[in-house]
Structure formats: structure tokens, C-alpha cells
Design a protein around this ligand. Structure first.
Ligand code: MN3
Length: 237
């Protein structure tokens, strides 16, 4: 090992204690990195706060079981890709990269989904205002037309998936996109601002097969203040 390499590794050991080196069969030092440990985010409201539109039992299972499984799957995928680099064995790289996209997509979208909702105020139908409303009216003609387009997108997802409102960074235009599973049909160059989960696990206990009734009810718990904040941040990219 040359001194530069040794210095780099020893500096790394001080500056980044989670970084370590192992020797491979050729005696070369391979630096392995420790992946991020992803954790389940806590909610800004209780499981029962979205009643009667989304029931507490659905929220509890969805957050503590389903989302946790995506967090676990993402951690596992990153651990195994890290191990593949350390072992210099890439035979399962396709499998673990697929797992990374599925579980990583699930973790990111559920994290946005929880932020997309808030405890409803009785008798008040949430609506955006300010520059977000102006942007919606510019890109979709009116809030009502936007809602119809977004609901139709959510209702027509084939199998499990999502409808998203996103900002395309290249022209600052709002787009409604549809995701199948947690990752398919991703539209790049977009930052998601608002998400509705239309996997059956999001609504089946209360709405059974009536997904459109769930989507219609979901508008009552949308957190437009959060969407406005995400929009403000996304405009900076
Ligand atoms: Mn879900």
C-alpha cells in the first residue's frame, strides 16, 4: 500500500468511523461504506385523526406494517449492494437494484403520502391558495379540472400504485403522473409534491373495491399547506 492510500484510509477511519477496509483475494484493500439506515417516519397526526375519511385501523396497518416493510426492504437492498462491492460479487446486482427501486420508491412515496394529509376541519373542503393555486390554474385551467384529472389518474392505476402531482424542474410546469407499484412509469426531472396511494391496502377495509369513493373522500384530508411548502422548495431546483 502506498503512503497516500494508507493516509487516505486512516483519515477515513477518523473522519468517517463507519467506513472500513477489507482485503480481497488479491490482497487489495477494498473500501466498504456503511449504507444509510432508513427509519420509519413518525406521523404529524394520530391514526384516528383522518376519520371518517380514512379509518384508524387502515392507517395503523398501512404505516406500521406496510411502510415499515418498505423501510426494511430498502435497508436490506442497500446492505446487499454494499456487500456486493466488498465481495466483488455482482452476480445478484440486478435483483438488488430492482429491490432498491421498489422499496426505495415505497419509502419515499409513503413518506410524501403521510405529509400530503392532515386532520380534517369539519365542514371545510381543503383548497390550495397563493402561488400554488395560481400555478394549478395556469397549468390545468382550474382547480376543479385539476381535481378531475388527478382523480381519474388515481382511479385508473392498473393494480397497486399512485397518482402524483409533481413540478417539472426544466419548465416549472405542474404535471399529474401515475406510478404503478412503487416505481414503474416514473417521470424523471420531476419533484413530487402531493401523493395519493391507491394500493388496495390504503382503502380496502373501509371502501372494499370502491377505489373512487376512497379517492373522493381523500380530498377532504389533503394538506395543501404542506404541498405549498414542497412547491416553494421545488421551485429552487
Ligand atoms: Mn401503501
Amino acid at each position: 500500500m502506498d503512503s497516500t492510500r494508507r493516509d487516505f484510509l486512516s483519515m477515513g477511519a477518523i473522519a468517517l468511523p463507519a467506513t472500513f477496509a477489507v482485503a480481497n483475494a488479491q490482497g487489495m484493500n477494498i473500501v466498504e461504506t456503511t449504507p444509510t439506515i432508513h427509519t420509519l417516519p413518525s406521523l404529524d397526526y394520530s391514526y384516528s385523526d383522518l376519520e371518517p375519511f380514512i379509518d384508524a385501523k387502515t392507517m395503523e396497518i398501512h404505516h406500521s406494517k406496510h411502510h415499515q416493510a418498505y423501510v426494511n426492504g430498502l435497508n436490506k437492498a442497500e446492505e446487499m449492494l454494499n456487500k456486493a462491492r466488498g465481495d466483488e460479487d455482482y452476480s445478484l446486482v440486478q435483483h438488488w437494484t430492482r429491490q432498491l427501486a421498489f422499496h426505495g420508491g415505497g419509502h419515499a412515496l409513503h413518506s410524501l403520502f403521510w405529509k400530503s394529509m392532515k386532520k380534517p376541519v369539519s365542514g371545510v373542503k381543503p383548497k390550495p391558495n397563493g402561488i400554488l393555486l395560481t400555478a394549478i390554474e395556469k397549468d390545468f385551467a382550474s382547480f376543479e379540472i385539476f381535481q378531475k384529472h388527478f382523480s381519474a389518474t388515481a382511479n385508473s392505476v392498473e393494480g397497486g400504485g399512485w397518482a402524483l402531482l409533481s413540478l417539472r424542474t426544466s419548465d416549472k410546469r405542474l404535471l399529474i403522473t401515475q406510478i404503478e407499484n412503487q416505481q414503474k412509469q416514473s417521470y424523471w426531472n420531476c419533484i413530487p409534491l402531493l401523493a395519493v396511494d391507491v394500493w388496495e391496502h390504503a382503502y380496502y377495509l373501509k371502501y372494499q373495491n370502491k377505489r373512487s369513493d376512497y379517492v373522493e373522500a381523500w380530498w377532504n384530508v389533503v394538506n395543501w399547506d404542506a404541498t405549498q411548502q414542497f412547491y416553494n422548495q421545488a421551485l429552487k431546483f
